[in-house]
Design a protein around this ligand. Structure first.
Ligand SMILES: *[C@@H]1O[C@H](CO)[C@@H](O)[C@H](O)[C@H]1NC(C)=O
Ligand SMILES: *[C@@H]1O[C@H](CO)[C@@H](O)[C@H](O)[C@H]1NC(C)=O
Ligand SMILES: *[C@@H]1O[C@H](CO)[C@@H](O)[C@H](O)[C@H]1NC(C)=O
Ligand SMILES: *[C@@H]1O[C@H](CO)[C@@H](O)[C@H](O)[C@H]1NC(C)=O
Length: 258
């Protein structure tokens, strides 16, 4: 028993000492070994946006949103064979938690697709190339009024700002910046103007055509009128007016009989 335990302890000690040593050995020659096959391995497949975001470590909400809207597989397949490349602005988890509560849930599935697509520009921009961007830059999203756009401006302080018209933020560090895919961190969700911009004022409710103003003798008609103000349609009000007119006509007819 004691010997067996002793053996186990010794074996565990050997492992504990050997594993880091082995790892150290494996890690040390890796760059040399990787140097030769690397170009081939990189060319073997298109970049995987999900893997890049996962590696970034703080993009789980955006990853989840990309998956639920199938924009991860969409982009990954578009990346295979693209000549112009893509640029993704990836909002951090902090960016999403900075949104007003319920913002995402208030969006329809289609609008969630648009929200994700509004963070994807169908062109590869290196950090230095942003100042060649011609504003407004179209994104992958579009709606009834055309493509959703971003304005990208390189500021004098060597910052790059991106604006939707609702949100302005500074482009953060690159999670990846090699053709054909650039992924930049942003600390705000790029809320599209088309979804979050000021809405045109609702067209004023149609003023029910009051018909003729109640005249002095028209007491029955003016008694009817308030009934139409509680949301009844203009048609109902008109019908009321017609009925009142009919009553009046009947009264006149009755009077003429006297
Ligand atoms: C991309 O990466 C994710 C996460 O690592 C993985 O689940 C997925 O299978 C990958 N997709 C492709 C097409 O390799
Ligand atoms: C990329 O496209 C080529 C040709 O269309 C196809 O053969 C290949 O399987 C694709 N690779 C991936 C990872 O989807
Ligand atoms: C974006 O840039 C265009 C062209 O410079 C300009 O007309 C437009 O007003 C800008 N929009 C926003 C939201 O800054
Ligand atoms: C760039 O964006 C930052 C916010 O991230 C803002 O404070 C700054 O004023 C912007 N600069 C320009 C030139 O728009």
């Amino acid at each position: 028993m004691a010997m067996a335990r002793g053996f186990l302890v010794a074996a565990a000690l050997c492992l504990a000492l050997a594993v880091p040593a082995a790892m150290g050995q494996a890690a040390a020659p890796a760059p040399k070994a990787a140097a030769a096959p690397a170009p081939k391995a990189a060319a073997a497949g298109p970049p995987n946006v999900t893997a890049i975001l996962e590696k970034g470590g703080s993009y789980s909400t955006f990853i989840r949103l990309m998956k639920s809207t199938q924009q991860d597989t969409q982009l990954n397949s578009q990346l295979n064979g693209t000549s112009t490349g893509f640029t993704v602005f990836a909002p951090t988890d902090g960016a999403f938690s900075g949104l007003k509560a319920g913002t995402l849930n208030s969006l329809s599935q289609q609008d969630q697709v648009s929200l994700v697509q509004a963070h994807i520009v169908p062109r590869y921009y290196s950090m230095d190339a942003f100042d060649t961007a011609s504003n407004p830059v179209r994104t992958q999203a579009s709606g009834a009024d055309g493509p959703y756009t971003l304005n990208i401006t390189a500021t004098s302080t060597d910052q790059v700002n991106v604006s939707t018209g609702v949100v302005v933020t500074t482009v953060g560090n690159a999670l990846r910046a090699d053709q054909p895919l650039a992924v930049y961190s942003v600390d705000k969700v790029l809320l599209p103007y088309a979804l979050f911009g000021p809405k045109p004022p609702p067209s004023p409710p149609p003023v029910p055509s009051a018909g003729k103003k109640p005249s002095k003798g028209d007491s029955s008609a003016s008694a009817e009128a308030p009934a139409g103000s509680g949301g009844n349609s203009a048609g109902a009000a008109a019908a009321g007016a017609r009925a009142a007119g009919w009553v009046l006509a009947a009264l006149v007819a009755a009077a003429s009989l006297l």
